[in-house]
Design a protein around this ligand. Structure first.
Ligand SMILES: Cc1ncc(COP(=O)(O)O)c(C=O)c1O
Length: 384
């Protein structure tokens, strides 16, 4: 029997292993020269003045919102199809996520829904470059500027994606990345915040390390969100591999889009002509009526045929119990200051149609051409 085709695999080389050994031998695990080198390379790569490494993508978003001055009860507009922590990070900062609908072709935040989401408590927009496709940044930034809002890019899934030539993470006021194990590059766990704003970067550095100005002087309510030197030691090497990884992801994804174009129950995601997709996913939308099965059935059936896929996000984020029931802080979300009703009794048109029907086919750089061919034939045969 053929081996399974996996959907994601971290690729760790000799250089990463040597660096990690070096850190282990040195006994210096605290954020140090490797983390600094990783930050410098990442800032360069994104094209910003500052990159601040942190523990993960979620804490990156938290620190960005905190440093931008989010107050309890302030609202942040987020898309309703994304990983949970895009929105829970807002709540952790005592802010209120306000859910926008998504674009029917790229599945990113629908900028035409921003007006509906706006209130006098809105402070920021948090677009997500979902599956690696950049959100519609020109419209989002111009709306934000008109209403004096900050823009925080959630670029967790979009390492190296470009929007009209600019690398994501350099377009809004702040960019946030995740280096979780399945991402285009990984540090094990990890995250980074990017910005051109020196004051903001300094504040994020302060908050990342207990709000301590000096060892015994806690000048703000900070956290320990530092990246460890072990993770930095991996990151400094992974970044050098990113462009090569992305080229291979792109080649595989385009081949899948091309060779599966005639499968009537499967539609490849649209890639707008003015973007460079990072292909975190090779995303397809399932026509559940055409195949007569749910997205979950397809995911399970392909898995049984030896092809792992991604199947997310299965429902609009506002339907999750944490938001429906305002679970948090061991009581209720801290929103008493906010005059708006946030019962989240939403039924947003596009996300309701799309959620549960997205599937990501295997496209990671270590797949062989034979494995990609097997994915194509398994998908083509399925449902015929
Ligand atoms: C869109 C998005 N935002 C935020 C995150 C959070 O990143 P992390 O898992 O590193 O906390 C992820 C991670 O999966 C993500 O996909």
């Amino acid at each position: 029997m053929d081996e399974r085709v996996t959907v994601a695999e971290p690729i760790i080389g000799e250089e990463e292993r040597e660096n990690v050994d070096h850190v282990l031998d040195s006994g210096r695990f605290l954020q140090g020269p490797y983390v600094k080198a990783f930050e410098d390379k990442w800032a360069d790569f994104v094209g910003v003045d500052h990159a601040v490494a942190v523990t993960n993508g979620t804490t990156a978003i938290q620190l960005a919102l905190n440093a931008l001055g989010l107050q309890p009860g302030d609202e942040v507009i987020v898309p309703s199809l994304t990983f949970g922590s895009t929105a829970t990070a807002v709540v952790h900062q005592a802010g209120v996520p306000v859910f926008a609908d998504i674009d029917a072709e790229t599945y990113t935040l629908d900028h035409t829904d921003l007006e509906r989401c706006l209130s006098d408590r809105t402070e920021a927009i948090l677009p997500v470059h979902l599956y690696g496709h950049p959100a519609e940044m020109d419209e989002i930034v111009s709306f934000a500027r008109k209403h004096d809002l900050a823009v925080v890019e959630d670029a967790a899934q979009a390492h190296g994606a470009r929007y009209r030539g600019s690398v994501v993470g350099s377009i809004g006021d702040v960019g946030c990345f995740s280096f979780y194990a399945t991402k285009n590059i990984t540090t094990g766990e990890g995250g980074i915040v990017t910005t051109d704003d020196t004051d903001l970067a300094e504040r994020i550095r302060l908050l990342r390390s207990h709000g301590m100005e000096t060892r015994d002087n806690h000048i703000d309510l900070g956290y320990n969100y530092r990246m460890s030197e072990l993770n930095g030691a991996i990151g400094t090497e992974q970044i050098d591999r990113l462009s090569g990884f992305n080229q291979r992801r792109r080649a595989i994804s385009e081949r899948l889009f091309d060779e599966l174009a005639d499968v009537e129950w499967l539609t490849p995601a649209t890639v707008r002509p003015y973007v460079e997709h990072a292909y975190f996913w090779a995303p397809f939308e399932i026509d559940t009526d055409a195949i007569g099965k749910t997205g979950k059935d397809v995911w399970r059936d392909l898995d049984e045929r030896g092809v792992e896929t991604r199947h997310r996000y299965t429902e609009p984020l506002y339907k999750q119990p944490v938001f429906q029931e305002h679970r948090g802080f061991n009581s209720d979300f801290p929103w008493s200051e906010n005059p708006r009703d946030h019962a989240y009794d939403l039924e947003l048109e596009t996300v309701e149609q799309v959620a549960g029907n997205m599937i990501g086919l295997p496209n990671h750089p270590s797949l062989t051409d034979e494995e990609v061919a097997r994915v194509v034939s398994v998908v083509q045969e399925y449902g015929t």
